[in-house]
Design a binder for this molecule. Sequence first.
Ligand SMILES: [Zn+2]
Length: 298
Amino acid sequence: MKKYIGLLIVVFFGACTENEPIEEKGLKIVCTTGMIGDAVQNLADSTCTVNTLMGPGTDPHLFKPTKQSLDLLSDADIIVANGLHLEGRMQDILEKMQRNKTVIFIGDAIPAEDLLIAEGSEFIPDPHIWFDVSLWNKSMRFLSDELRKFGVLNEAKAEAYRNELSALDESVQKTLSEIPDERRVLITAHDAFSYFGEAYGMEVIGLQGISTVSEYGIRDVTNMVNLIVSRNIPAVFVESSISSRSIEAVIEGCEQKGFQLELGGTLYSDALGTEGSGAETYISMVDHNVATITKALK
Ligand SMILES: [Zn+2]
């Protein structure tokens, strides 16, 4: 009997050295949006493999996972999503996956009193929480706590990142203060910027609702043209992940009324920029947007 036990021990330890221990292999983390992927890269330790499903220019409201994305999701140890129905067409899949693996919805970290309610609805929260840097930082604390539970939080890196976000929040306030009060109006293709407006004192008007699933109508364009002309608003903005058609229609409408409306530039709203765009991380995306808005409106 003793012999057998000895043999069993040898087999057991032999098996252990053949298969790498889990700590060395790290965890596979799959993120939905680029902003979340960037956050996880800044918080998790280097043993983790981080994959992001939605690349530059991808609209999360319309994103349907491909076969490759589904494989990544089912192979993941941890999935990190925004939630609050941002990933509208993935919600069912994510909820199903939650039954047998960890799915972290970082939107869950936001206290109800900090959530904005979508215009025209009574209870649907606006999912674009990353536009208020201090709110995003709150969700980073939550995400850090979750990663710590799995032993994959890089404490020093995470603290440095969260300090960087605090500094970013202050610099956004400071830069935007250059825009005079009467020009603090941000007009974009869809209602992504409500948290931005709330946090930094800008009036925000989108042609489409908070989701890009609803289409804008000709009446929306006419109303927008009338508003821009009557308030003498100098510029409007297009978004990288959304068709610029609606905003172009507004510019044309203003032209027909003899009003010169400028295109203030491209804002990165629901997706990070491509390599070399200067908006390939969350921090550079915020900096790019704030610089673009300030230059066009001040
Ligand atoms: Zn959006």
